[in-house]
Design a protein around this ligand. Sequence first.
Ligand code: JHZ
Ligand code: SAH
Ligand code: ZN
Length: 404
Amino acid sequence: MGKCNVCLHQLKTVIPFGKMPISNRFVTDPDANEYVYHLSLGWCPKCLMAQLESCVDPAMMFNDSYAYFSSTSSAMEDHFREMAKEISEFVSDRIDPFIVELGCNDGIMLKHIAALGLSHLGIEPSANVAAIARDRGVKVLGEFFGAESALEIQKIHGQADLICGANVMCHMEDINSVFEGVNVLLKPDGVFFFQDPYLLDILKKTSFDQIYDEHVYYFSGLAVSQLAGRHGFELVGMVPKEVHGGSMRYYLKKGVNHQDPEDVTFHLSQEKAFNLHDFEGYVSFRENVDRICVNLKQTLMEIKDGGNRIAAYGATSKSTTLLIYSRIGPDLIDYVSDTTPTKIGKYTPGTHIPVKSHSHFLRDNPPYTLLLAWNHEREILEKERTYRKGGGKFITFFPKVAVI
Ligand code: JHZ
Ligand code: SAH
Ligand code: ZN
């Protein structure tokens, strides 16, 4: 049992998943030993934060060979264009506003801000993706954000009007240091917003594959409002977003006693109705996870026993947890199709399923395909219309196993 990263209270174990490799470290030599750690979801009964019980050193995950490039989905491109529009509207009445994005990756969002000529800075420790952002005209600082780097940035650039982060706050183990940093770097009337996979969606859909090394936290409004309060911030808005299988965007402002906004009140009451403030709310999650794993493996085995081949689609980070915990390997899945050049030709972490190109998938035309990138279902089904018209079937698994 681990201790809470936020308040140091003893965590309660929700699901111990066992040994896992680094989810985004695709394997070149399947015979070489892989680094493993113990993946376990815990929950803090004091500050209500769901989180990993033990964490992997960030430098082992985010470095010059980071495998995730944000600009691999057209739906995500649309999403981040919208986000840039919202940001530019927010700062439109400010004089020479300064915008900071944590975890800007390949510049999917900040390239729009840069194109508008707005002062900005992306903070991105993974050097390979940061280089792409720079090529797109984005200013990037290649560091891990925290109290120390925030002070450094503030000394050089001054305070920011807006600080934001998508799918990065939940990655930052030392979250108290991150909040201290935001406190230093944000103007008194500035806004800080971030979005990450939403705990309530994960529990409702049983999308347990969101639980892996990079995702240290599984935020809810209940936990974020407490965390914000510890650091002199207040949760002033919560806006659900469809991306990554159900995300929540949290808006925070400095100070207290802002008006209690309706959206926050609504979402907090939804979370309480689902018992997120009580350990009981997490017990059925584990049962649901185990049921889906058994059903999925059974379905794949039946297809295979019927003499059919199965491929998979999207060599995602999250599929590391799904495949290993469900014990699905190369005996069931021939290969995973992925469009990311640096993943192709390698093997999936832990399970060692070959990753092949999308053109290979099209040529091969497998009768069944496990949709690992289920969060991009709409985009992928649209793209693979011809495959489906020709009789190709996708296998999905949240909230229950289905062949479509
Ligand atoms: P996707 C990563 O998660 C890691 P992952 C990280 N921890 C996180 O939180 C989110 O991103 C933001 C491929 N693909 O988006 C591209 C196709 O091949 O579900 C990707 O390799 N064809 C930071 O890895 C993968 O699938 C397609 O048409 O779980 C999708 O990865 C599309 C749309 C994608 O994120
Ligand atoms: N915002 C993008 C990228 C998400 S991937 C999107 O939503 O698609 C998460 C990114 O956060 C990675 O590129 C990783 O290198 C970066 N990251 C991890 N820890 C960080 C930290 N402490 N400070 C800033 N960025 C960090
Ligand atoms: Zn706690």
